[in-house]
Design a protein around this ligand. Structure first.
Ligand code: SF4
Length: 276
């Protein structure tokens, strides 16, 4: 259902730019908008009205207010996320999910795959074209490299890893997922983490690392150390590293990525010896 409400011109037409702390506050409001809207039972029209109110507030915080028309594509579907008893239930729910605009262009939602009691949950950003076509995570060239990276420290999706993304549907043209899309999908990821209860999380790429650590630091600053990921009522040690597709583009990232994997291997070793 497409709902048209509120007067406000398109930002691009108005030459709108978000700069400095005002831009950051404005962006935070938009992120909150996603969190707020996608976890309620509101109708599409109600969601559009609230979104419009928050967007105007966000524009004003950023330093501008525009007149004109704005469209919202909310759906009347119930909440994207409910409570689930199993990974299969989560996968079934997200395959029919229409809680954000990515449902309009996906071929297949990509829940993730791997061991049901994993040592490590690997979390990337979003499905690409091959993942969208197959419904499986990390199956392209980057996925093959990820499998090799994991294999080098005795991990694999067949035995002791679960691989997923922060959003389950492919963003068009492989663009970055937007904050409201990440927020809309966050409940599915939380439910997966709660169900899987992994011993460690390995985040590959900037967006998943920032989302799970609630940070805006670049990946170069987030990687190279373990941090606590507080999610779904749990605290799980998380290490971030470069996305395999970044490694394919830039050889310089291979050495630090290998250093991160060695840290994970050492932590897995000590956690196993500590457990015995
Ligand atoms: Fe639903 Fe997530 Fe797909 Fe958006 S990305 S439609 S929230 S499953």
């Amino acid at each position: 259902m497409r709902v048209r409400v509120c007067k406000s011109a398109k930002r691009e037409q108005a030459g709108f730019q978000s700069i400095g702390p005002r831009g950051l506050w404005g962006n935070s409001l938009v992120s909150l908008r996603g969190l707020f809207l996608y976890n309620t039972g509101m109708t599409a029209e109600e969601k559009a009205s609230v979104a419009c109110f928050i967007d105007v507030a966000s524009d004003m915080v950023r330093g501008g207010y525009f007149r004109g028309e704005r469209e919202y594509n909310f759906s009347d579907e119930p909440d994207a996320v409910g409570s689930f008893d199993s990974l299969d239930e989560i996968a079934a729910a997200l395959k029919n999910c229409k809680a954000c605009r990515l449902c309009e262009t996906r071929k297949n939602a990509v829940p993730g795959e791997g061991a049901q009691s994993p040592l490590v949950m690997v979390i990337g950003e979003a499905p690409g074209a091959e993942e969208d076509a197959s419904g499986r995570p990390f199956v392209g060239k980057a996925g093959q490299l990820l499998d090799k990276m994991l294999g080098s420290i005795n991990l694999s999706r067949e035995t002791n890893c679960f691989i997923a993304n922060i959003v389950k549907c492919r963003p068009p043209e492989n663009r970055d997922p937007q904050p409201d899309e990440i927020a809309a999908c966050a409940g599915f990821l939380e439910s997966q983490i709660q169900t899987l209860n992994p011993r460690f999380i390995l985040c590959v790429g900037r967006l998943s690392s920032q989302a799970l650590l609630n940070s805006t630091e670049p990946i170069g600053k987030l990687r190279g150390r373990f941090m606590d990921c507080k999610i779904a009522g749990m605290t799980i040690p998380l290490i971030a590293t470069y996305h395999p597709s970044a490694l394919l583009r830039n050889e310089d990232y291979k050495r630090p990525a290998w250093d991160d994997l060695k840290m994970l291997r050492a932590a897995l070793g000590s956690s196993e010896s500590g457990a015995t």
